[in-house]
Write a protein that binds this ligand. Structure first.
Ligand SMILES: [Zn+2]
Ligand SMILES: [Zn+2]
Length: 259
């Protein structure tokens, strides 16, 4: 508790330039962890392909990913400003309610991101906001960061509004952000690390898999959810071939011959 107070007091006392520097460092670390972590899982499960491997990486993709890290930092700085002004309030408690906070943030963001993702696929809006991400027909870990600036600011603003309205504990926010990065990384592997039985596990089976989001990249009319498949099931946008494609990929061997 004291160390958390010390961290929050440290951030409260920073100038805008200092806060920008530290939030940029945090975003670069998150980027490195997602891409390196993603490639590590990709190497371990390289036999379990869902889609064809992606073509060689272009300079445009690398530039867009770097820009995304800078823009994510700007969103974080905006959040820091709102927190300093008291518009975003963070609770200090460390108790069982941190899990409630995490779950509320996860379900609320899951629903709002599903709705905004459906809207982003409207033909009038798609070329302006979301087409950049769909250049990545065969996802790779970096694809998580290949987004148009409008899309980064759109999702960033949505997140800031949610935490301005819902006063979460700091640990609830941290856990949600870790899960968000994990789901984002897993969704863009192009291979399936989840066990074959995953979809049959009660509740857990409704959390999205790598196959789930890879299918959205190959067919933009289905699988719009991010963390769960419940909104796709409710609104009839779940791919009819999701289970079959998942089980095909998850049934493949993990090990190389001779290992
Ligand atoms: Zn994607
Ligand atoms: Zn999409």
């Amino acid at each position: 508790m004291n160390s958390v107070n010390a961290i929050l007091n440290f951030f409260a006392g920073l100038s805008t330039i200092e806060a920008t520097f530290w939030l940029f460092v945090q975003n670069v670390l998150q980027f490195v962890m997602c891409v390196l972590g993603g490639h590590t899982i990709l190497m371990l499960f390289r036999k379990r392909t869902i889609v064809e491997p992606p073509p060689a990486l272009s300079n445009k993709q690398i530039l867009l990913a770097c820009l995304c890290v800078v823009l994510n930092t700007m969103v974080a700085v905006a959040g820091w400003f709102l927190w300093k002004r008291g518009i975003i309030q963070i609770k200090m408690n460390i108790d069982c309610f941190i899990l409630v906070d995490m779950l509320i943030l996860l379900v609320v963001m899951d629903f709002l991101m599903y709705v905004s993702h459906r809207i982003a696929h409207f033909s009038m809006i798609f070329p302006l906001i979301h087409s950049t991400h769909h250049l990545e027909e065969h996802p790779r870990p970096l694809s998580l960061f290949v987004l148009s600036p409008m899309e980064v600011f759109g999702y960033g603003s949505l997140w800031l509004v949610v935490i301005a309205v819902y006063h979460s504990s700091w640990l609830g926010i941290v856990l949600y952000l870790l899960l968000n990065a994990t789901f984002g990384t897993l969704g863009h592997l192009g291979v399936e690390p989840f066990p074959k039985q995953w979809l049959s596990i009660p509740l857990l089976g409704h959390l999205t898999t790598s196959t789930f989001h890879a299918q959205h990249h190959t067919n933009g009319n289905e699988n719009f959810g991010f963390y769960t498949d419940i909104w796709d099931r409710l609104f009839g946008t779940l791919s009819k071939t999701y289970r079959e494609l998942f089980e095909t990929a998850a049934s493949k061997t993990v090990l190389d011959k001779g290992l």
